[in-house]
Design a protein around this ligand. Structure first.
Ligand SMILES: *Cc1c(COP(=O)(O)O)cnc(C)c1O
Length: 245
């Protein structure tokens, strides 16, 4: 039996805050408004498994989490339902420590935050052990703030030129991810997205080819700008689930 709306809302206790249908409405509206070919990753971090269920009922299938522990717990909670949703694709979007990789390797669909050779190697090793090939994105530092996350382009190029990444048979390099500066200045954000889009195109041409097809950029406040710069995967939390605590 499919996991449809009928038994979905039966799981919601009356007057529970997330059972107002607003998550479903927000999801439907976003899905309808995005251009064809753009994947919506619903960022459910800090929100309970019930919130994921509500978005799922509205047709959402890709969900993003920052913390591997939280993703694994939500995945397990949903799996324990009488009719578990069996086609959710989980995306690790936040920084990933190598010692946490094992928590998500059995089920994660895509890891957006590959920002070091060591992390790529660990994901690949664990994936091979698990008999999987995991889709990954290279996170590139584009924001002007002193953020510690993401590759600096020169270091990424040096690593790719070295060629060892070819031996990482447990991962499939699918594209890049970036987070723009947190600022009201649209011209800054737009310039950062355009820079990431250019890097994506050049990495695809120089190293990876057609399988390298994912440009993950854009969040609730800046996804319109990201789409204008060619994003084909947006990661949206607040607009769907409301403000985080
Ligand atoms: C939290 C988060 C998002 C979603 O942020 P919203 O502003 O709630 O849409 C997207 N990407 C990353 C990497 C995040 O950490």
């Amino acid at each position: 039996m499919r996991f449809g709306n009928a038994n979905l809302f039966a799981l919601c206790p009356p007057y529970h805050y997330i059972c107002t249908m607003s998550i479903a409405k927000n999801t439907e509206a976003l899905l309808a408004s995005l251009p064809a070919g753009v994947t919506l990753v619903a960022v459910s971090k800090t929100h309970p498994a019930e919130a994921v269920i509500e978005a799922y009922g509205a047709g959402q299938r890709d969900f993003g989490e920052n913390r591997p522990q939280e993703m694994a717990a939500k995945q397990a909670a949903l799996f324990a339902l009488p009719t578990p949703p069996d086609d959710i694709r989980w995306h690790q979007i936040g920084h990933l420590q190598t010692n946490k990789v094992r928590l998500i390797v059995p089920f994660v669909a895509m890891i957006h935050s590959v920002d070091s050779a060591r992390l790529a190697a660990e994901i690949s090793r664990r994936a091979v052990e698990a008999g999987r090939v995991i889709d990954v994105l290279l996170e590139i530092r584009i924001a002007r703030e002193e953020s510690k996350e993401g590759w600096v382009l020169d270091e990424l190029l040096e690593w790719l030129d070295g060629g060892e990444w070819h031996s990482l048979t447990g991962v499939r390099f699918r594209g890049v991810m970036g987070v723009a500066s947190f600022t009201d200045d649209e011209s800054v954000v737009r310039a950062e997205f355009e820079r990431l889009a250019a890097m994506y195109a050049s990495l695809r041409e120089r190293f990876f080819g057609v399988d390298f097809d994912t440009l993950s950029m854009g969040m609730s406040d800046d996804y319109h700008l990201a789409l204008e710069s060619g994003s084909n995967m947006v990661r949206i939390g607040s607009l769907i689930f409301g403000r985080r605590q």
